[in-house]
Unconditional design. Structure first.
Length: 341
């Protein structure tokens, strides 16, 4: 029996929200690591590239006067005014999950709900208290647990396909944005391209995507900008590369097409993107501009998501239900202030 469009939409956005929470943690981890680069503090705020890559600098500036670790972490991790913060994403994922509770396994619900309850008890983080790295690892681990139990406990039918569609659409977007951090993280005037700081920043990009060791398995000990970009954009064996994510979206849309005996415009869009990656060359991407390629990809990926919503009769706007009264207690970063829905 086919899913109702509302249930399909909820599942799609559960996949997106859980993946977004994990990748916001990865973006913040990139900022944390870049802030450790010696000699960079007088050049520019090491947290500015994180806001720019996240695509929410304007919203941040409306609420905060200063770009620093405390404010950026509060905004991207804990702010309920930011719909893409870690807390907001997990709240929305849980609310969507409650709407389709019967479509999920007990293990899926428990993985999501137990971490939510744990997060509610989190004591305020303080800049310099050494807990930020541990918090970000916990977020990544909790999201990975949900992804793992989903794959191993749920029927691989349309329910699974809509979850995975959301996950890989979101993963592609955030891998592109994490990669674009390097564009915004300008080198100091005294630093050279391929110098120690430049290479450290590329290593941060790999670590933020969880691809550092996998990269070295493919390319050995050498760390080069073109190799990092090639790995995260074109290598289909890298689980977070753009090409891999597009291939996964294509596969799940094909499965849905078979289940529902229907071929939609979204199938055509993702097939074209898949073909473009098959024919792409990293040297040409660098020649044309890496940032420009990433910007164009994010726009195409968003258009694909919108088309999926139209093809499967989702609501016009993304599903972002407000948390209930029991889901309101969160301590902000470096403050005892509590935010409520």
């Amino acid at each position: 029996m086919a899913l109702l469009s509302r249930a399909a939409e909820n599942l799609f956005w559960i996949g997106r929200y859980v993946e977004r929470a994990e990748n916001m943690a990865r973006l913040l981890d990139a900022g944390r690591r870049m802030s450790a680069i010696p000699g960079q503090r007088d050049h520019q705020s090491e947290w500015e590239p994180i806001l720019s890559a996240a695509g929410c600098r304007a919203q941040f500036d409306r609420s905060y006067d200063t770009v620093n670790q405390r404010n950026v972490v509060e905004f991207l991790a804990f702010s309920r005014d930011n719909a893409s913060s870690i807390v907001s994403c997990l709240a929305s994922a849980r609310a969507n999950a409650r709407s389709v509770r019967t479509a999920m396994t007990f293990e899926m619900w428990e993985a999501l709900n137990s971490y939510w309850l744990e997060l509610k008890q989190l004591a305020p983080l303080k800049p310099g208290d050494g807990r930020l790295a541990h918090f970000l690892e916990d977020v990544k681990r909790a999201c990975a647990l949900f992804t793992g139990v989903t794959s191993s406990t749920i029927l691989h039918n349309d329910t699974y396909n809509f979850l995975r569609l959301g996950q890989h659409i979101e993963r592609a977007d955030k891998t592109a944005r994490i990669l674009d951090v390097k564009y915004f993280a300008l080198l100091a005037p005294t630093e050279e391209v391929a110098g120690s700081v430049d290479l450290y920043q590329w290593a941060v990009i790999l670590r933020a995507t969880g691809s550092y060791r996998a990269y070295h398995w493919v390319y050995g000990a050498d760390l080069e900008a073109r190799h990092v970009a090639d790995f995260l954009i074109l290598n289909v064996d890298c689980a977070r590369s753009l090409a891999h994510c597009v291939r996964e979206v294509n596969e799940h849309l094909i499965r849905l097409g078979r289940l529902y005996a229907a071929h939609h415009e979204s199938h055509e869009l993702v097939d074209a993107m898949n073909q473009d990656f098959s024919n792409a060359d990293i040297d040409k991407i660098f020649a044309d501009g890496l940032h420009e390629m990433i910007t164009a990809f994010i726009a195409r990926n968003n258009a694909l998501s919108d088309q999926i919503a139209r093809d499967y009769y989702f609501a016009t706007q993304p599903s972002t239900p407000q948390a209930s009264a029991e889901e309101t207690v969160f301590t902000s970063f470096g403050s005892d202030r509590q935010t409520t829905a």
